[in-house]
Ligand binder design. Sequence first.
Ligand code: CA
Ligand code: CA
Length: 300
Amino acid sequence: MIAWRKFAVLACLVSSALFLGAALKVLAVAETVTTTVGISVQIGDVSPAPSPTPSPGQGSGDEVIIPLRDEATIVMEGFTSPNSFLSFLRNGSIMGTGLSDNGGKFVKTIKTESGNAVFAVWARDSSFLISQTSNFSLTLPGRATTTVKDIFISPTIKLLNTASYRGIPQRFAGSSFPGADIYFIVDDEQNGLIKTDSNGNWEHVLLTKSLNEGLYKIKVRGRLPDRGLLSPLSEEISINLQKMPKRGDCNADGKVSVTDLSIILFYWHRQNPENSCSDLNFDATVDIADISILMYLWTG
Ligand SMILES: [Ca+2]
Ligand SMILES: [Ca+2]
């Protein structure tokens, strides 16, 4: 029969940014504590140690026991985007891999050595985008199973635009757990709140007309409203908003030439093309009317 001793830990330690702040802090014993942000740790009963074997050549009252590291079991459970590939690490070395299910949950059981170590997990989503690494320091008792629950891995993020000009909307996308809230953060201020779809995907358009030219730092973090969990921050993406190039000069080389024509043809018949320079008459589609204007502006 297994009786559980239950512990709760500070969740901010799952953040890679904070993990150097050292070991998990045990907050309570006896009952699992549901935290608004964080992971929880449960440790099963420790089985009795085997009887020590006297070392040869030692007197009966003078035995020397060479301690051996006991085997320990760690179970890691959490949330990420569906069908993600997961890597689990101990002190920076991979100790196992796994997959999240098609709902975005994962459970991984690994046998390892007892003692103190930094454990970590990161995910690669189905679009091959990489999450940040969640780290946590734990002391695993030997001959026992330690279960780490509620690991909410950071969302992934990428920029879809190929050019960052002031006035051109910048489109971002990524993934997280299905139904998660995604906080879109520009220079440490929340700019938008998005929800992931049933596949865990999210997308957000950053309008840039009201922004100044210059560098902006973009990142996101997830929240699971039903579970009260907040993820670590995602990777940070920088965009350098520049002055819109001359009309028709889609590659900003100072000329309206065949290179610009090839860009327009690349976005041919696209609605709201990522490179909005190719939509020269601003009717949200790229067609013969834009070619006509390009010919008018042609410098060669
Ligand atoms: Ca050009
Ligand atoms: Ca057009």
